[in-house]
Design a protein around this ligand. Structure first.
Ligand code: NAP
Length: 248
């Protein structure tokens, strides 16, 4: 029986690349998306056409009821859960702290922090040996922003990813004896649509001369690090981080 990987925010970008690679490596893939049903279904069709197994599930990870439904639906469809990839994440228009209102702060923390916590909680309840599960692996998609702080752009997003880093360290210790490993990747400047939501679609090109490796990253390069942490290849790693940032 195939191992099952749930990837949040998998309709495009890093999540979609992770879904394709996971299917190629033999996982059955549960793709979560929030709005982009057609994109998620197209990805499912692509995976299925090449002999893989995938299903798409709509849910906003910031909404507790929707997260509970998501995990229930994944269980009904696949009967097991082995890996959770907490990839769903948002950032908002670039600005300084003085301009940020409370509604924005709540949105950014709700998706990036609360959403990640809720999904981790539900995964632990299903995978943890103390709950009758067989163990598993959680991979959080943090960001180099947690180390760099993103001044003048989005320190709210950077701080939210800092919380994801702390969650990774603490939860790894909390659930190690339950057979669950918890690790994170910290992507740097990766070519996806997320920069457009900050108001600067060309951000990677603008900043690439400051990257030691001299270029922005591809989504597949992040997906490979996620798959390493998800699989038994990283069996002795927990509470760890892989920076996928070209040295930035
Ligand atoms: P992206 O292209 O904007 O994709 C984000 C995905 O998350 C979309 O599928 C989006 O779907 C989904 N999503 C957003 N809010 C959601 C919610 N509340 N519930 C469920 N799904 C939700 O971004 P990306 O660059 O691939 O980013 C993926 C992850 O990598 C994020 O956590 C991001 O912070 C992190 N990261 C990216 C970079 C980079 O340079 N690209 C660097 C560091 C870290 P909808 O549009 O339907 O909401």
């Amino acid at each position: 029986m195939k191992k099952v990987m749930l990837i949040t925010g998998a309709s495009r970008g890093i999540g979609a690349a992770t879904a394709l690679l996971a299917a190629e490596r033999g996982f059955a893939v549960a793709l979560n998306y929030r709005r982009e049903r057609d994109a998620a279904q197209a990805l499912v069709a692509r995976i299925t056409a090449s002999g893989g197994e995938a299903r798409a599930f709509a849910a906003d990870v910031a909404d507790e009821d929707e997260v509970l439904r998501l995990f229930g639906d994944v269980h009904d469809a696949f009967g097991r859960l082995d890996v959770l990839v907490n990839n769903a994440g948002i950032l908002e228009r670039q600005m300084r702290l003085e301009e940020m209102d409370v509604a924005r702060l709540q949105r950014v923390f709700a998706v990036n922090v609360t959403g990640t916590f809720l999904c981790c909680r539900e995964a632990v309840k299903r995978m943890g040996r103390r709950h009758g599960g067989r163990g598993g692996s959680i991979v959080n998609v943090s960001s180099m922003a947690s180390r760099l702080g993103s001044p003048n752009e989005y320190i709210d997003y950077a701080a939210a990813k800092g919380a994801v880093d702390s969650l990774t360290i603490g939860l790894a210790k909390e659930v190690a004896a339950d057979g669950i490993r918890v690790n994170a990747v910290r992507p740097g400047l990766i070519k996806t649509d997320i920069h457009a939501s900050g108001g600067e679609p060309g951000r990677v090109e603008r900043l690439q001369s400051a990257i030691p490796l001299g270029r922005g990253g591809e989504v597949e390069e992040v997906a490979r690090a996620i798959l390493f942490l998800a699989s038994d290849e990283s069996s002795y790693s927990t509470g760890g981080f892989i920076d996928v940032s070209g040295g930035r």
